[in-house]
Design a protein around this ligand. Structure first.
Ligand SMILES: [Mn+2]
Length: 248
């Protein structure tokens, strides 16, 4: 397929899981039919519902890797930023997918504009308990301990964590779960940027804001629980798009 040199896609929060074949089917169709048109595809975290290590090789994750690899070999450049669910996704799996791992915050040149990209969990500064866990779980010692555990133990921990996380999320207010506006502005000003793109909150929207004493925007990507969702950026336009799941 011919690449459109001036199209870039952004996706996040697919939460791919073996028990959700409808999401996987929609994603594989996106990789085959839509993504090849773009010169670049940025995956801004939570591609998977959870990730316990690159050594957890099953048919499901290998199928996703090979579909991404086909896309990268067709010439679309793939970039990946970790989410809060799949932050243990490593260099080995990224290579199998043909995607480049980016730092948790990156400033990219998007058709002449400096744009800040991230998963978005670091913007939710009012969620003190989560930020404390995040800090611990990104440390080398925590990751070394977890990676040394046998696969079945890590699976158990991930299952327990998901259950705990779901009940903790249900308890927290909508406000705590959303980004802190002042943190958004602080990041835009720190990086001299007028556009921030992130996922995580599952509230797709283009927010018009003010930063650096000028017009700025914060774009939130949609999740894939009910439909496929991506952001299409060209030299002239910015568009949040979605695609319904195929009936089966
Ligand atoms: Mn997330």
């Amino acid at each position: 397929m011919i690449k459109d040199e001036s199209v870039t896609y952004f996706i996040a929060d697919l939460h791919l899981a073996q028990n959700r074949p409808d999401i996987t089917a929609c994603f594989l169709s996106f990789l085959k039919n839509d993504a090849p048109k773009a010169e670049k595809l940025y995956i801004l975290g939570d591609l998977f519902e959870y990730w316990i290590g690159d050594d957890d090789k099953n048919v499901f994750v290998l199928e996703v890797a090979s579909a991404l690899k086909v896309l990268s070999q067709s010439g679309t450049k793939l970039y990946y930023i970790h989410g809060n669910r799949d932050f243990l996704l490593g260099e080995r799996y990224a290579q199998a997918c043909g995607m480049k791992l980016l730092p948790e915050l990156d400033v990219i040149d998007l058709y002449g504009k400096d744009v800040v990209i991230m998963h978005g969990d670091t913007l939710c500064t009012r969620d003190i308990a989560y930020q404390a866990f995040r800090k611990k779980s990104r440390s080398w010692w925590w990751q070394a301990i977890v990676k040394s555990l046998p696969l079945f133990v890590r699976k158990q921990i991930a299952e327990n964590y998901r259950k705990k996380s779901a009940s903790a999320t249900a308890m927290k207010s909508q406000e705590i779960m959303d980004v802190t506006e002042s943190e958004v502005i602080a990041q835009l000003e720190l990086h001299h940027s007028q556009l921030l793109i992130h996922g995580h909150t599952h509230r797709p929207h283009v927010h018009d804001i003010q930063a650096n004493n000028a017009f700025a925007q914060r774009i939130v990507l949609g999740d894939w629980y009910e439909q496929g969702a991506w952001l299409k950026v060209t030299k002239q336009s910015i568009e949040l798009l979605s695609q319904p799941f195929q009936p089966h």
